[in-house]
Design a protein around this ligand. Structure first.
Ligand code: XIL
Length: 342
């Protein structure tokens, strides 16, 4: 059997990739064969977010999402929908919503229309994305402002109604860290207590070479699965660059641009970093294997380093190296450390 990520982990969990609009649309042969060889699950990186799929009040645009779903079906992949209710990448018209009647009508129309459109074709949805602060309290958003915390359970109820069989996830970053994890657990318990269904939790996993610790990740797998939830790692990548906010230190006005420390590997990534990244991925996948019965899916946020969102985040022009395939789509040391674990 051909060596690939999906074949290596086929008895354990799905191995996914987030696809960009160009990867879905053009499906350049080289990209296409790498995606279908390595992955058995896909997530839309951007095209299902509200600003793209629901650009004005009475207009949905399913052009790209139709192509995305058809691509997953053609390749018999597990298809994940991202995301229904999120404070970011909202269409401008949504940001004008002021009162609760209008917001409830928006949520009902948005969730019901999209989920029923792909009923039986999309396998799981991120119903709510990033509703928490780092301390575990509810994050300020247009939804919380206008509707209060009931918007959370309402979103899950609307999604279940539109497709009773689709798996429903709460998705967020840093929810492996103890305080935010406690917040996520409280939030999910409340949603369930309100009579809504939650099937799983998505830990985004935008991680660093040294954080979070394996202990904290393991505690989280156990804590979420003890609630009866499936655990998915939904947006995995590992930055090799320094955090700009750390470098900026106390001088909050210092401009990010022009600071060479921000982009130390623009020319070439040193071997020592390649090795660190490979070791980090190996230890993470070893932990995933240990808990494979609790993990439903591990999805990378992108396919190769050239198209990773981290290249331009949070400043334009950074060259990052967070994935398993390099900018020429060749497997890196990190790829081999992940497929050679078993
Ligand atoms: C990111 C995309 O990768 C970028 O292309 C886009 O400009 C911004 O959003 N958490 C999420 C994802 O849930 O939707 C985000 O994706 C990354 C952080």
């Amino acid at each position: 059997e051909e060596v690939s990520l999906k074949n290596t982990y086929k008895d354990d969990f799905y191995i996914g990739a987030a696809l960009s609009a160009s990867q879905i649309e053009e499906k350049e042969a080289k990209t296409d064969s790498l995606i279908t060889k390595e992955f058995n699950s896909i997530t839309a990186e951007n095209i299902m977010k509200s600003m793209y799929i629901h650009p004005s009040k009475d207009k949905y645009d399913f052009t790209l999402s139709d192509k995305f779903v058809a691509y997953g079906e053609k390749n018999k992949m597990f298809i994940h929908g991202h995301t229904l209710i999120w404070h970011s990448q909202l269409a401008p018209w949504m940001q004008q919503i002021k009162d609760s009647t209008e917001m409830k009508a928006f949520m009902k129309d948005h969730i019901s229309t999209i989920v029923s459109k792909y009923k039986g074709r999309i396998n799981s949805w991120d119903v709510v994305n990033e509703a928490l602060n780092e301390d575990g309290t509810l994050r300020k958003s247009i939804f919380l402002d206008v509707l209060g915390e009931n918007y959370l359970a309402d979103a899950f109820k609307l999604a279940e109604k539109a497709d009773p069989k689709v798996q429903l996830y709460y998705n967020d970053y840093n929810i492996e860290e103890p305080a935010k994890r406690e917040g996520a657990i409280t939030l999910i318990k409340k949603i369930k207590a309100a009579g809504a269904k939650v099937d799983g939790v998505g830990i985004q996993a935008h991680w660093k070479l040294d954080r979070p610790s394996l202990e904290v990740i393991e505690e989280s797998i156990l804590a979420y699965s003890a609630l009866g939830l499936k655990v998915a790692f939904t947006e995995l990548d590992i930055t090799v660059l320094p955090n700009p906010w750390d470098l900026r230190g106390a001088d909050v006005n210092q401009n990010f641009e022009g600071n060479a420390k921000m982009n130390p590997y623009a020319e070439k990534i040193p071997d020592s970093i390649q090795i660190k990244l490979a070791d980090r991925y190996a230890s993470i996948f070893k932990l995933f294997l240990k808990h494979k019965d609790k993990i439903s899916r591990v999805t990378f946020w992108g396919v190769d380093d050239k198209q990773s969102w981290l290249n331009d985040w949070p400043i334009k022009g950074r060259t990052n190296y967070p994935l398993l395939f390099d900018a020429k789509m060749q497997p890196k040391k990190a790829y081999f450390s992940v497929v050679n674990l078993k």
